[in-house]
Each structure stands twice: as C-alpha cells, then as structure tokens.
Design a protein around this ligand. Structure first.
Ligand code: PEP
Length: 233
C-alpha cells in the first residue's frame, strides 16, 4: 500500500473537486488517496478519498486575521494538512521552527501533518543536500504527538519537470527514514514529491523507503492523477 497525495496549490474549483472525488471513487486500488485543496474547497468526504489542507496556523484561536486553525480544518472536513511546503518556505519565509509549530498544532487538532523537507538548487550545488534534509527532519518534525507523514521534495525539481537520480532519491529517503527512527518515529511514511507523473511514478515508488508520492501539477486532472495511483499496487 502506498500513499498518493495530491497538492492542488491555488488551483481548482469546488466543481472540479467533486469531479475528481467521483472519478477516484471508481478507482480499484488499495493505495491511500489524499487531496490537499485550497481552504475554500474543504468539505467532509465519505469514502476512499481523504481531504487535506495546505497550511495551518500555529495558533488555535484568537486575533490572527486571515489565519485558519487546526480545529477549523477538522471542522471543515480535513484529516491531513501539508506543512512546510517549498512555496510556503520561499514566499512566506517559513523556517523549520515555524513548520514544527504548525505540525504540532496539526497534531493537537487530530490532523496528520504532511511535513515537507528538501534542498534548493543552491544548497544542492553547494553539496549541502544531506545536511539540509537531516536538519529539516530534526527541526521540523515534532518530537512527540501522533502520526506524521514526511515528504522529501527537492525544491529545485518542483514544477520543473526535473527529477533526481534513483540513487539520489534512495540516499535522501534512507537518511530521512534513519533520522526519523533515531527520533523515535521509526515507520513514519516518507513520500517523494517533485514532478511525479504517470510515466515515472512506479519507478520512483519502487525505490527503498519511498512510501508514496506527493503530486502537484499532475494531481489536478483525473486523467493525469489516476495513472499515478494505479501505477503501483
Ligand atoms: C508539489 O507542489 O508538492 C509538487 C510536487 O509539485 P509538482 O508535482 O508539480 O512538481
């Protein structure tokens, strides 16, 4: 069983989500399907597809105009939330400490945080990939609390049609799995994300310690997303 999570970013409509949920409802799979959608599209969904958000406030209520708390996300029907996505880190200056606070808030609200870590192109070129990943995990993943998911997303590859080599993905995922074990979180699922498509998903998910994928662009249309889900048993 793999975890296949879609990240719709700031795309889609409620009608498009209805269509996607109906289409995924007809897919014969044991894989766990998650759709992380904009706040306005969150709603309770019965069935195989689980719904997630893409951000969360680290506060639980109060004078934080424009913020959305974990309790609000669960009330709206979410069971997952992405935290620390590359675009949040880049455009909103989110640090590992910010991400950890958001992941902690998610756990307190009963949500499963999908915690993203990964290196930029500059960090990769400076040979800092492993260091950035290990620090990302140690500093972004809460020490205690319920289940989490970690997503390795090489930031230079997101939306760029680029993919690291299988060996690079294997090294990153092995490091993440070992770091999580050292933190007492052995067995935490580790997803790979960045430019996953129907034609590379099965190969990526065959790599050691790749427990599923986080998919951006190719999660928006059933014709692109379903082949990723059905590419693995
Ligand atoms: C993402 O935004 O998490 C992502 C993986 O995007 P894409 O698949 O479009 O590279």
């Amino acid at each position: 069983m793999k975890i296949i999570a879609g990240n719709w970013k700031m795309n889609g409509t409620r009608a498009a989500l209805d269509e996607m949920i109906t289409a995924l409802g007809n897919v014969d799979t044991k894989n766990r399907m998650i759709l992380c959608v904009p706040f306005t599209m969150l709603r309770p969904v019965n069935g195989a597809v689980k719904i997630g958000a893409q951000d969360i406030s680290s506060h639980d209520h109060g004078a934080y105009t424009g913020e959305i708390s974990g309790g609000m996300l669960t009330d709206a029907g979410a069971s997952y939330v992405i935290v620390g996505h590359s675009e949040r880190r880049a455009y909103h200056n989110e640090s590992n400490a910010d991400v950890c606070a958001k992941a902690t808030a998610a756990l307190q609200a009963g949500l499963v945080p999908i915690i993203c870590v990964g290196e930029t192109m500059d960090e990769k070129n400076a040979d800092r990939t492993m260091e950035i990943i290990e620090h990302g995990v140690r500093e972004s993943v809460p020490q205690s609390g319920g289940d989490v998911i970690v997503a390795y997303e090489p930031r230079w590859a997101i939306g760029a049609g680029l993919t690291p080599s299988d060996d690079e993905i294997a090294s990153a995922h092995t490091l993440i799995a070992n770091t999580l074990a050292d933190m007492g979180r052995g067995g935490t699922p580790v997803l790979y994300g960045a430019s996953v498509k129907g034609n590379n998903a099965a190969q990526i998910m065959a790599i050691d310690h790749v427990d599923g994928v986080l998919v951006g662009g190719a999660s928006l249309k059933p014709d692109d997303f379903i082949p990723i889900i059905t590419s693995v048993k």
